[in-house]
Ligand binder design. Sequence first.
Ligand SMILES: [Zn+2]
Length: 309
Amino acid sequence: MPKLAALAALVFLLVGCGPVEAQTLRPLEGETVRVVATIGMVGDAAGRVGGERVEVETLMGPGIDPHLYKASEGDLRRVERADIIFYGGLHLEAKMADVFERVAEERTTVAVSERIPVRERLAPPGFEGSYDPHVWFDVALWRHAVEEIRDTLAERDPGSAALYRRNAAAYLAELEALDEYVRAQAERVPRERRVLITAHDAFEYFGRTYGFDVRGLQGISTASEAGAGDVKGLARFIAERRIPAIFVESSVSPRTIEAVREAVEARGFDVRVGGSLFSDAMGDPGTPEGTYVGMVRHNIDTIVAGLLG
Ligand SMILES: [Zn+2]
């Protein structure tokens, strides 16, 4: 029966893609818990929640684009040694799916963004059956990812569960204050001037929650190229709306945004490049932007200054 076959395929898909149940692995105890994270924002949360109990290795450093990232030999060795692997999920690390599948039977492999309820995810048109993975720019939504990390650590390492809960509570309180900060800063910009133009569509969650009209030149993934028509259309939009600033991203080549700026200029309007935003990667370690809280603050400060300036 085709219907049954389809159902069987669906069940297989659901079971096949799910994270491996942590209970099937023996509890961790004694030694430091070895965590591997893909993007900086996930590694930062794991470090904050895990504290001294965990050692976090983040695979994708500053300026690295997760959509295009392929695991190196060194990464594979790190993944093989890890007790727990945390990644963003929702197809963010599109080229690493096979790596995660391969190790998922022997190690706890968790897509932290998939904790976010489906009804709260964005499903962009033309992205059939998938969701926008850039969930971290809605700070209130990102708390789900932190909770997933907390619960995974507590489950695998029950001896330190109280520590993980305490650390997570402190971090989540910080995120709550951060969310309020971003909201207050956004409100300084008049509603009709809240237009955010960047290289790729990483800020849709940000726009939804903080009230910005968001336009990315490339789509949700940097794997899709922007065409000349996209540049022209965006340039017309910027000139007509007299938008003062557009923004480059630290993990995407500034080439496309520069092309937009030139096309706007050709229409007789001057748009400034208002600065560089951290979209899919954090800043350098040891700088304020090398943390999730710092990158979010940098972004909103840069956006507000650019649009008000
Ligand atoms: Zn992205």
